[in-house]
Design a protein around this ligand. Structure first.
Ligand code: B1M
Length: 214
């Protein structure tokens, strides 16, 4: 494969500047040139968002800039979706995806959703800031075999534990495999709260999720 680093840098910079329209064109150009969707995601989009995150932490940029970058990320991710999805595959089953209570971050959750859909699994997306009661109802009523919980804040990762406990209290814990993830979440935290698996990124989440349907 040829060297696409120029495209990846351009994509990363457009993301940092929040150029939603231009980034869709750049993503399409990179795809047309033969770059893989996974590389565009990792080396362009996620790397750009990590730079924004670092500047945010150091007070060099503020919430409005981060929101504009996030909007560009969502546009670019949508443009990548067809390349990430497998065309014409019959769903092998259903999974629930959401960001837990108190947490409004949805970019990682949306990527997890897209990658899981790309594995031929139907996804019920409960959105962000999702209370335990809504999740318990969805597990009871949807027939989903896997529940994917995303949390981006050290404070909201505790809500993942609340979901596990609420499912136990509703006698539904055995109905679903519970997958947890998000930047502050770790394997040991997943074990501590009684989740079935932790994965560090959307691609590995999709792999593990798919394996639960075998
Ligand atoms: Co927020 N924010 N934010 N923010 N924000 C972080 C997370 C932070 C690390 C920034 C920082 O300080 N450097 C920090 C958290 C600190 C902490 O708790 N340790 C932070 C903070 C503090 C806050 C606020 C409290 C800021 C404030 O208001 N003072 C506030 C909280 C709001 C709330 O949720 N209640 C807030 C708000 C926001 C915005 C609304 C402005 C915006 C979100 C917009 C949106 O999502 N629509 C935002 C953003 C964009 C970020 C950063 C910059 C980027 C997050 C992101 O989308 N990354 C972030 C810094 C950073 O991460 N570098 C930051 C890209 C995305 C692809 O990665 O979501 O990690 P991520 O997903 C990854 C993996 O984690 C994994 O897969 C993805 C990659 O493949 N993954 C899973 C995710 N879910 C998974 C589930 C799985 C498996 C893997 O299985 C189920």
């Amino acid at each position: 494969m040829s060297d696409f680093s120029g495209n990846f840098n351009e994509i990363s910079e457009l993301l940092q500047k929040g150029k939603a329209k231009d980034i869709v064109g750049a993503v399409q150009k990179a795809l047309d040139s033969g770059a893989s969707a996974a590389d565009i995601l990792e080396k362009g989009l996620i790397s750009g968002m990590n730079i924004v995150g670092g500047k945010f932490r150091e007070g060099q940029v503020f919430v409005p800039e981060v929101l504009i970058a996030a909007r560009a990320m969502n546009h670019a991710s949508a443009a990548l979706k067809p390349a990430l999805a497998q065309a014409g595959v019959q769903p092998v089953g259903k999974a629930i995806v959401c960001t837990v209570k108190g947490d409004l971050h949805d970019i990682g959750k949306n990527l997890v959703k897209m990658m899981i859909e790309g594995k031929g699994i139907e996804v019920l997306d409960l959105g962000v800031d999702c209370p335990e009661t809504k999740i318990v109802d969805a597990v009871r009523d949807s027939g989903a075999k896997v529940l994917c919980l995303s949390a981006l804040l050290t404070t909201t990762m505790m809500a993942q534990r609340d979901v596990v406990d609420a499912l136990k209290a509703a006698n539904l814990r055995d109905k679903v495999k519970i997958m947890v993830g998000g930047a502050p979440v770790t394997q040991s935290f997943a074990e501590e709260i009684g989740a079935d698996s932790y994965t560090p990124d959307a691609a590995s989440a999709a792999e593990v999720c798919r394996a639960y349907y075998n």
